[in-house]
Design a protein around this ligand. Sequence first.
Ligand code: ADP
Ligand code: MG
Length: 627
Amino acid sequence: MSTTVGPRIRQLEATVINKIAAGEVIERPASVVKELLENSADALSTRIEVDLIDGGAELIRIVDDGEGIHPDDFQLAVSSHATSKIVSDADLFSVHTMGFRGEALASIASVSKFRIRSRQQDSDSAYELKVEGGKLGKVTPAAGPFGTSIEVRQLFHNTPVRRKFLKTKATEYAHATEYFTRVALARPNLHMVLRHQNKVSYELPATENLVERLRMFYGNDLTSQLIRVEREMGEMRLWGYVAHPSHTKANRKGQYLFLNGRWIQDRTVQAAISEAYRGLVMVGRQPVVFLFLEMPSDQVDVNVHPSKWEVRFQDSQQIYRLVLSAIRDTFLSMDLNGSMSGPAGKPSTPHEETPEQKQLKLELTSWAKSQLEQAESELVGVEPQPVPPAAIPPVQASSEGTDFTSPIQSSNDGEITTPESTASALPSPPQTYLGGEIRAMQVMECYLLVDDPSGVMIIDQHALHERIMYEYLRPRVLEGTVESQQLLMPLTIELASSEAAVLLDHQDLLSEFGYGVEEFGGNTILLNRYPVMLQKADHAKVLRDLVIELDTPGRKPSRRDLVDSLLHMMSCKAAVKAGHRLTPEEIESLLAKRHLVDDAHHCPHGRPTAMVLTQEQLDKQFGRLGA
Ligand code: ADP
Ligand code: MG
């Protein structure tokens, strides 16, 4: 037997096991930030400070004022499956803390230069322990205040492949900020500080008021238009704030859901949110919400995903009904009463209604009504009179007098605007155009019918214009000659700080497209140049959408891919939308440009821009063939 040459099975060493485990939970500096923040929160801290250098790749330091760790427990704390939070498997079903797997510290310590320093209230000294590449040093006395301080240097220094996969400092920092944000929103009563490169990014004083904390992250624009929701169902309670439907995003990153204080992602809840906002936001746009679910911990299994992002509800149907009814009834109550009376029940976060919010309720009320009328008239097939503003994909007043003689076009960015701003933009009735060789007319505010030698041509106005814009923009981007407008006074644009970081990460690329962005600090950037073809666009919104194109988690797109997706996005934004009534001059100009672009039959997204019904086809339809 001893002569066998085949592989034999042996137990792995703890350092190897931890490295493997680290691969699961510790993906990047942000994962460390998440785990350490959760530990500090679990330790009943009131104040947590986070320091990052180089997006956390060089240093992550978290200092809290929590209960600390007994020096005898240091070594246990950094070994795997050692936790103070649960004892038996039964406890798994009644978890009250953020952590419980007992793996985080062991994993982190196995792939970094790690130092833990901690002092408990009754101890006369702090103690520290260093771990490098999983090898434990000795526990020694040290100087330090009550609480725990953990330093993680050179993450992945001993797993070079992983280190190589880290993105730029700005991107890693943005990811870390996202985790910081989640904890900060889940626990407004924690004083939290985040510094990057020794500069304060966030200093969040403890508050009882969630809206106050939200304002630190999202600014006044969004937070002054938040709508409170609250509902109880059996042992479950949902509360939080949902944004006015005019604040949307292209993805769900603006939807925060917390279950018993823990950030989670859940499809059932997402579906309920979409359903509640159906008809209020454009297809493809996502509402912004901050929701808190509370329920007895035995009704949900949080031990499903290593990062605990996904949970399993005992009764997800009920969750769906709870979320949907909480949001929808709030909207409906505004519709029925002309004022929004919050559902009964004491808000757990004091929140006085501001005059802006009262105004908002009124706006929403009339808006919701117009939406309802629109939906009803569609059901019976009657043209609504007058067209409810929100039903028109947002053609601004500025699009009147649009001049297609230049490829520079007004842009509507797809955002739903408030009733006031669109009410004045009701377009005039469709018109026929007869002129020169072309006989064309716009139908359905969307298509152009052209009497062409080849037959009746039907052109999708948006698709064609998008193609024209694409053909116009592409060579200019490649040659670096995109016309851009310099601003005398740079615009400050407030973004989520992760968004700001992504943009700053791609300054050069954006510059090729005519956007000049610069760091301003915090979550604000300076815009000093924008592409002329997007003159009339909402730049803040375009930039936010650019972030989505630029920020593809889990995959590093090539430069070519990025250029291509930005080209598509910007031509789409610069192009006239469906629902925009064109003037005869605009129709003429658009059709004239048609012959200037190669491959004009397909818009850059690959949709056809035009189709032809030939005389032969028509004759056949009407039984004229061979007649
Ligand atoms: P878990 O959080 O799943 O228990 P960790 O590996 O994250 O596992 O932490 C291991 C143990 O170390 C925790 O159970 C806790 O007792 C202790 N610990 C970690 N961080 C802190 C901290 N900041 N303050 C006090 N105790 C801590
Ligand atoms: Mg933990």
